[in-house]
Design a binder for this molecule. Structure first.
Ligand code: FAD
Ligand code: EPU
Length: 342
């Protein structure tokens, strides 16, 4: 355990933003974390996982602490479930594969989401009809001021769409150390979302399993989303906005192709990618595929902002602001950023 000075974070964030951190260290257990946090209590800190959901808009004048707490253990089982505890520093997709190999069901639809286990409840990650919330059992987190470890149940986390208590009320107060997931010993297949069925058919799958669902999800994701090792990005930059059914009906009259999904509460969730694709910097030009220097809006998925090489976080943030204003002007809808702006 060593504190390094003036480190570039370029390799530690999937946007590939070349911001510097004044101090940088990794930790593999609670004792190291405690020691690092007490090295200079006045320093501001940033807990980092895989860096796949942050936008660094400036140099970080504090201490970046990269969580490398590892380990995957079965802690309990009953007739239906197995309870599996994973260290926050485990790679998420490797954890998914670990579960698939043992036929533990629940996380297969969340295959190939970049990042680490620790951020999964923080963000309440979701894809293809499943949210982390659906398989979450508990987590342990270290309170940075009170210097003690607390256990959080599903209710305590106050999960919402890409939301949890750790992004709101407890922002910057806890370091998530490990997460326990409740996985099915007899998996229930969830193929109803989006293009999964179609992809399974294209693949010629005859016998459904969590492995084939995972493979289908991987194929769909790879065809749409840019690979951060080729083009810097952090997945969806904005959330899909929720509006009332009345507002949706009015928009639908004016824009018959607008995409929205009814929610159980009567509201409608709009596809932000459609909104962004269907307006632009000037008449007849779409934001989709638009580029200013090295900052851009992806050409195959308008919800994804990209760094073609040397964009700064500020370049990307400024372009995202223009998109936000444009969506508001054209559709009277507010977009909220999903990415954590640092
Ligand atoms: P980081 O970016 O390192 O951190 C994110 C936030 O969590 C930061 O505020 C950080 O301080 C905090 N944090 C991280 N670890 C801890 C910890 N241990 N304790 C306390 N706070 C912590 N997300 C989805 O939900 N669904 C998708 O389908 C999806 N697809 C994506 C596709 C691509 C190509 C990319 C690049 C991203 C995608 N994402 C998706 C976003 C991202 O993968 C998730 O948000 C992921 O959970 C972030 O994990 P991370 O470890 O990289 O977090
Ligand atoms: N669309 C367009 N143009 C675009 C992109 C999308 O019109 O450029 C419309 C299409 O009608 C498309 C619909 O939007 O059918 C939905 O697009 P997609 O299936 O690609 O999903 P999304 O709503 O853009 C969400 C999540 C993703 C998650 C996928 C699959 C959010 C903010 N994003 O994207 O999560 O992987 O669904 O479940 O909820 C992430 O959080 O980083 C992320 C990638």
């Amino acid at each position: 355990m060593q504190i390094q000075e003036n480190i570039s974070l370029k390799l530690y964030n999937t946007f590939g933003i070349d911001a510097m951190s004044h101090y940088f260290a990794t930790f593999t257990n609670e004792d190291e974390l405690e020691e690092l946090l007490s090295s200079d209590p006045r320093l501001k800190t940033l807990i980092l996982g895989g860096g796949s959901n942050i936008l660094l808009t400036n140099h970080f004048d504090g201490l970046v602490l990269k969580n490398e707490m590892k380990g995957i253990h079965e802690v309990h089982e009953d007739n239906e479930y197995v309870y599996v505890k994973a260290g926050a520093g485990e790679n998420w997709h490797q954890f998914v594969l670990h579960c698939i190999n043992r036929n533990w069901g629940g996380v297969e639809n969340l295959s190939l989401i970049p990042g680490n286990v620790g951020a999964s409840p923080m963000q309440n990650i979701g894809a293809y009809g499943v949210e982390l919330n659906d398989v979450f059992f508990s987590l342990e987190a270290y309170h940075v001021h009170e210097k003690k470890i607390l256990t959080f149940s599903r209710n305590d986390c106050e999960f919402g769409y890409r939301e949890s208590i750790f992004k709101r009320m407890y922002k910057d107060q806890f370091v998530i150390l490990n997460v326990t997931y409740q996985l099915r010993k007899h998996p229930i297949f969830n193929t109803s979302y989006g293009a999964i069925e179609q992809e399974l058919e294209r693949m010629g799958v005859e016998e459904l399993s969590i492995k084939t669902i995972s493979d289908a999800v991987i194929n769909i994701r790879s065809s749409k989303l840019p690979n951060p090792s080729e083009i810097g990005n952090a997945g969806s930059f904005f959330k899909n906005p929720e509006i009332s059914n009345e507002q949706f009906s009015m928009l639908n009259v004016q824009f018959p192709t607008i995409v929205g999904y009814p929610l159980p509460n009567g509201n409608v969730k709009l596809a932000a990618g459609w909104l962004i694709e269907n307006c632009g910097p000037e008449a007849g030009i779409s934001w989709k595929g638009y580029r200013v220097g090295d900052a851009g809006c992806h050409s195959r998925q308008a919800l994804v902002m990209v760094n073609y090489g040397n964009a700064t976080g500020e370049d990307i943030f400024k372009l995202s602001d223009r998109i936000k204003v444009s969506v508001k002007e054209n559709f009277s809808v507010d977009l909220e950023r999903e990415v954590n702006v640092i």
